[in-house]
Design a protein around this ligand. Structure first.
Ligand code: UDX
Length: 443
């Protein structure tokens, strides 16, 4: 497994857990030493324990010696980063290409090379071409096996996959070494209803982008419907429940929020839009999704400023949640990175709390923000309180608790975690996304 990042660590540890011997290759010496010391440099529930367990069982190891690892391997996975290249929507494939060259230098005959990183369509064939050019006489197989791991649920997503997408270079229906090996590897994760889906390389690469872009579009649609509900007196929870009961739509990814973020949706929508434009078939829905999501974060900041009227410089805002969603320490493309600087720039005083993300967030946010040890401490003396992620420790708070801490009485719940409470009775004004004020919600 080349790459001791998020995808490499989760995939490596999970494959080890189902009986495969895995060596994770990490070139960054600092990261490698941390991993060897059992210190997992990211927050993912259960990962540290799983890695420790699998190392103890002798199925998982960390190393920087790719040549030695390849000598005893039948397959190698490329799980390196594919960030967005600055100034363009393109995925930066330099790490993938470097991995392909390194593999070519040491590959044993018959090796299966699998791209696990999210890569634009065509990358699998590029990897094959790099290896073929360097080692014209080598027999090897190539496959694309994109991951569908949600941060915070990655281990369960890997162990109980909805589907395992496998793209093969040769016709996916004919028996091949690559197909057999991947069938064996994933057999312990495959339920009675076959979850392995074989297809061509390009189709597998596109499936990953198409799935993430579709979900990003679905969330963005819910966000826009929430705005429409607010403007017209509708309740988004009722609307999305009504929509979601149609099996053709489904209930998931319809929860309005402050805009999607994270390491995947923003990057993958950009990369898909760029690939599509390049191919001469622009995906306009996704281009619009990207623009709408960006605009949303700024618009929500403007809305908060409007609520403070002319008193923003005297206004203390408590913010619960900094990361792009709950159950992670990941700040990549988090809406907080757009919203908080705009509030700060306008003169608001910010008191924030995040259960996992504060140390990652600190260098990315303006200096004079107060980082509180608990959500209630963040609420202390606040005029308004803004919820940006849906951690259970936030959900558990009650109006009575907040009333003892806050100076003002305005709640901006941008994840709809507190809809059930009687805020009015506690003297609060409660705003949530998509909760129109003309009519109530019916159960
Ligand atoms: C996503 C995909 O789900 C996963 O399959 C893929 O491989 C990687 O990208 P992740 O980035 O961990 O996973 O986050 P996810 O839980 O999918 O949420 C993405 C964003 O959409 C978050 O910002 C989240 O807050 C937002 N979201 C999601 C909503 O605002 N509303 C929803 O109903 C669902």
């Amino acid at each position: 497994m080349i790459g001791g990042g998020y995808v490499g660590l989760v995939s490596g540890a999970c494959l080890a857990a189902v009986g495969t011997n895995v060596t994770i290759i990490e070139h960054d010496p600092t990261r490698l030493n941390r991993l060897k010391a059992g210190d997992i440099p990211l927050y993912e529930p259960g990962l540290e324990e799983l890695v420790a367990e699998q190392r103890q069982a002798g199925r998982l190891a960390f190393s920087d010696d790719l040549a030695a690892a390849l000598r005893k391997s039948r397959a190698v996975f490329i799980a390196v980063g594919t960030p967005t290249r600055r100034g363009s929507g393109h995925a930066d494939l330099s790490y993938v290409h470097a991995a392909a060259r390194a593999i070519a230098a040491h590959a044993p005959d018959g090796l299966l090379i699998v791209t696990k990183s999210t890569v634009p369509v065509g990358t699998g064939r590029q990897v094959a071409a790099i290896v073929r050019q360097a080692r014209p006489d080598l027999t090897f197989h190539i496959a694309s096996n994109p991951e569908f791991l949600r941060e915070g649920h990655a281990i369960a997503d890997f162990m109980q996959p909805d589907r395992v997408i496998i793209g093969l270079e040769d016709s996916p229906t004919t028996p091949s070494t690559a197909r057999t090996l991947l069938e064996q590897l994933y057999a312990p994760l495959n339920g009675p209803e076959n979850r392995l889906l074989f297809m061509g390389l390009e189709s597998a690469e596109l499936t990953k982008y198409a799935a993430n872009a579709f979900l990003a579009m679905k969330v963005t649609f819910a966000n826009e419907m929430a705005d429409l509900c607010e403007a017209t007196g509708g309740q988004i929870a009722d609307v999305t429940r009504g929509m979601g009961m149609d099996p053709r739509i489904g209930p998931h990814f319809l929860m309005p929020g402050p805009g999607y973020g994270g390491s995947c949706f923003p990057k993958d929508t950009q990369a898909l839009a760029t690939s599509a434009r390049q191919a001469g078939t622009p995906v306009q829905l996704i281009e619009t999704t990207i623009a709408a999501n960006e605009a949303r974060k700024r618009r929500l900041a403007e809305r908060i400023l409007a609520l403070a009227k002319d008193n923003i410089t005297d206004c203390t805002i408590a913010v619960l949640g900094l990361t792009f969603k709950a159950h992670t320490d990941d700040m990549r493309q988090a809406p907080a990175l757009t919203i908080l600087p705009l509030l700060h720039e306008a003169g608001a005083t910010l008191r924030v709390h995040d259960p996992q993300g504060m140390s990652t967030a600190k260098p990315l946010l303006p200096d004079d923000i107060t980082y509180a040890d608990s959500p209630l401490q963040a609420a202390e003396g606040a005029d308004m309180l803004l919820v940006l992620t849906e951690w259970p420790v936030f959900t558990a708070l009650t109006p009575a608790q907040l009333a003892t801490k806050m100076r003002g009485r305005l709640i901006l719940d941008y994840r709809q975690i507190w809809q059930g409470h009687d805020w009015q009775q506690a003297g609060f004004h409660y705003h949530c996304l998509g909760c129109g004020t003309h009519r109530g919600s019916h159960s």
